[in-house]
Design a binder for this molecule. Structure first.
Ligand SMILES: [Mn+2]
Length: 333
């Protein structure tokens, strides 16, 4: 059993080269990094004369429709039979390896006899023992896909492939704010821009097309923050009644935790969202002085050292009763 991501993509590239068809997926609540990564891979595979489809664990938010102009995304719940109707030489899971984030898609692939690999930039979860490639120091899965395509597969990266890769990296770095001192991400993006990426078009589609309800619910979030430990911990609990009242989708609240984290003095921010009755999604962020993924892991989730998440069965008050003491422990060192 290995607890290291395999950082050489030589074997992965070989498996992809040998495959005539590849079924791609990413995490549930798919985001700009996961979707950009699988779209870039799918386009690159098609260029090479290989068959590929993207089978998502759940429906992507409307904001990502621009990444799928021909409406080719398959959604596991509705379209798994369509995916199963074709044979697949290889399955590739990108930007996650957490079972709780896959809604069973990877298990379903394996049960269908599809050899399934993982490509991720999240630290490997304790006990995970499947074939997994990646690098947890990469700021986005899109950086890994870029390296795989350019250095290991040596396939051409044209504008149609460069654009989703640029989307991956600009999304996961929150518009180049979270670079973790990694110069590679900027080198890669400079190269992608030279390959034709329209950065203004990406900005408009990725960051400046928010539904009005998203701004409204952010107003609620910012009005209902609570602080602990002299303002070092900021918490917002969003009960299902508020989710329902504002007609909120999961993606609408993804960046709320960042808005709270950016307040002066806050070291750890957390948002507890009861997205459906009794099902709380917890996001955790740290500004850098404390790691928080061990807390998410202890509660059944995972993530990066400074950005992690987990789920909790119950209401937001019960979730905070479980989470609060763990965060106090983190601050206590
Ligand atoms: Mn990512």
């Amino acid at each position: 059993m290995s607890l290291q991501l395999e950082s050489s993509f030589h074997k992965l590239a070989e498996r992809i080269r040998d495959a005539g068809s590849v079924l791609l997926t990413t995490h549930a609540g798919p985001d700009g990094d996961g979707l950009g990564s699988v779209v870039a891979l799918s386009r690159a595979l098609t260029r090479e004369g290989k068959r590929s489809r993207i089978l998502l664990p759940d429906r992507p938010a409307d904001r990502y429709a621009f990444l799928d102009p021909e409406q080719q995304f398959l959604v596991f719940q509705n379209d798994r039979d369509e995916a199963a109707a074709e044979s697949w030489d290889l399955g590739l899971v990108v930007d996650t390896h957490q079972p709780s984030q896959l809604n069973g898609v990877d298990n379903w692939m394996r049960e269908a006899g599809i050899s399934t690999l993982y490509l991720d930039h999240h630290p490997i979860s304790p006990g995970f023992d499947r074939e997994i490639y990646g690098d947890s120091s990469a700021v986005a899965a899109g950086c890994l896909v870029y390296k795989l395509l350019r250095d290991d597969l040596r396939w051409n990266i044209d504008k149609e492939i460069a654009e989703p890769l640029y989307i991956s990296i600009s999304y996961d770095t929150n518009s180049f704010k979270y670079l973790r001192n990694d110069p590679d991400a900027l080198d890669i993006c400079a190269d992608l821009i030279r390959r034709g990426v329209d950065t203004t078009w990406v900005y408009r589609n990725l960051f400046a097309s928010n539904p009005l309800r998203k701004a409204r619910v952010l107003g609620w979030v910012l009005s209902n923050m609570q602080f602990h430990e002299h303002g070092k911990i900021a918490v917002v609990s969003i009960p299902y009644s508020v989710i329902a009242e504002h007609d909120v989708e999961r993606d609408d609240l993804r960046e709320a935790v960042t808005n709270i984290l950016e307040i002066d003095g806050v070291e750890i921010a957390t948002v507890l969202k009861e997205m459906s009755p009794g099902d709380v999604k917890i996001s955790l962020r740290s500004k850098g002085n404390f790691t928080i993924n061990q807390v998410a892991q202890a509660m059944g989730g995972g993530g990066h050292t400074l950005a992690a998440g987990c789920e909790f069965q119950g209401n937001t008050e019960e979730a905070w009763k479980d989470l609060g003491p763990r965060l106090l422990q983190v601050l206590a060192g």
